[in-house]
Design a protein around this ligand. Sequence first.
Ligand SMILES: Nc1ncnc2c1ncn2[C@@H]1O[C@H](COP(=O)(O)OP(=O)(O)O)[C@@H](O)[C@H]1O
Ligand SMILES: [Mg+2]
Length: 462
Amino acid sequence: MIPLTVAEITEITGAAADPGTDPGAVASGPVVIDSRQARPGSLFAALPGSRADGHDFAPLAAAAGAVAILASRPAGVPALIVPDVPAALAALARAVTSRLPDLTIAAITGSAGKTTTKDLTAQLAESLGATVSPQNSYNNEIGHPLTVLRVTSQTRYLIAEMSARGPGHIAALCAMSPPRLGAVLCVGHAHAGVFGSIDDVARAKAELPAALPADGVAVLNADDPRVLAMAGQTAARVVTFGRSPGADIRASGVEVDGSGRPSFTLVTRDGSVPVRLRLHGEHNVANALAAAALAGQLGMDVAAIGEGLSAATARSRWRMEVTRRPDRVTVINDAYNANPEAMAAALATLAAMAGGGRAFAVLGYMTELGAEAERLHEQAGRQAAGAGLAGLVVVGEEAAPMLDGAKADPSWHGELVQVPDAAAAVAAVQERVRPGDVVLVKASRAADLQRVALALTGEVAL
Ligand SMILES: Nc1ncnc2c1ncn2[C@@H]1O[C@H](COP(=O)(O)OP(=O)(O)O)[C@@H](O)[C@H]1O
Ligand SMILES: [Mg+2]
């Protein structure tokens, strides 16, 4: 963080400073919301959590050296009292970015692939200069300002992930850290139930291109009509990516090897270069193209982009994470999140990785699909049938329509298993798998199939 005095923080956030706070003390970061991460120089933000209230931990943060405490009520130690702590973090983020005119901010949004694209783009940007990017999916009104506040005067690039669960969210994130570059990956069904419809999702994602300045660049997916239409809603120059022949940045000759890793030729207006991704799944080609487009706009040449993409690794865990067990069973842990588009991508990768061998999928429910939930779960079942599985293990009642979908597909010839919980899912898989088999585990985070994947890889006992 760029150093700020307590007096500056008070002014920026409009706080009422408790007696006993030292206006001259300097907070140099990190900004933390967990008292266990507080260090000398920290700014501790007390947030009400679902299980614990940060205010109760303010004394611990102060004891650990936090120079300033942002709180919305008396916290047992002298604090800067604001009506709304997240809004205070947003104000600080805005103040910090406005003091750093040489910082280039690139933001990434979309229904699927944000974290992967953010991680790829950050790995490319790091070869150009000091880069800050969020841990995992720090992409909302709390995680985003915490990420922005990690920026220092040395940072050249901020590669941000922006998520929306309602209208105005992305616009608010853009206001905190005005991006010059913005990429929209795709508009899908993720959170469609919360928004109302997929068109509402599109409107929310369009807030990113709409926030870009005239000297900025909107990176848009040429293969997704809802995204491409956002070209009309931005003042920025438009650069497109995708498989479409007209895309500015495109992939040709895409091939997926036996471990599900795509290779392709990255074709740009400035030349072409071979890329062999270390990530699993053909869907990552689109993510790599978006990262390439952003890096190109940061000034990276095509050869360096090709090398960088081929060297980049999956930084955030549990996205198509592949483990080969000693008994030669392969487990794909994609249990971080799920939505219909991601489900289709994961099943296609599973089929590619199984080759002619046996594939199993352990699938749980996808959250927040609203009125379309049943139809979309059935569709996932049909896609599982299309993947030619030896067995489909469906976990929990909410996911049961997947079984109907698979059964209804005339090509289905595998075994259908319905289990109530994670432990039963692990048992069902262990009973069936043989050396050479591939097992995919996927569901929304709330379905908690992470435990299934980790038990299957032996990382945790269930
Ligand atoms: N371009 C894509 N199209 C469809 N599914 C994708 C794509 N990129 C990623 N996914 C799926 O979404 C899951 C989450 O990926 P992630 O990069 O974390 O996205 P996000 O941050 O948007 O949730 C992945 O495990 C994968 O199954
Ligand atoms: Mg994410």
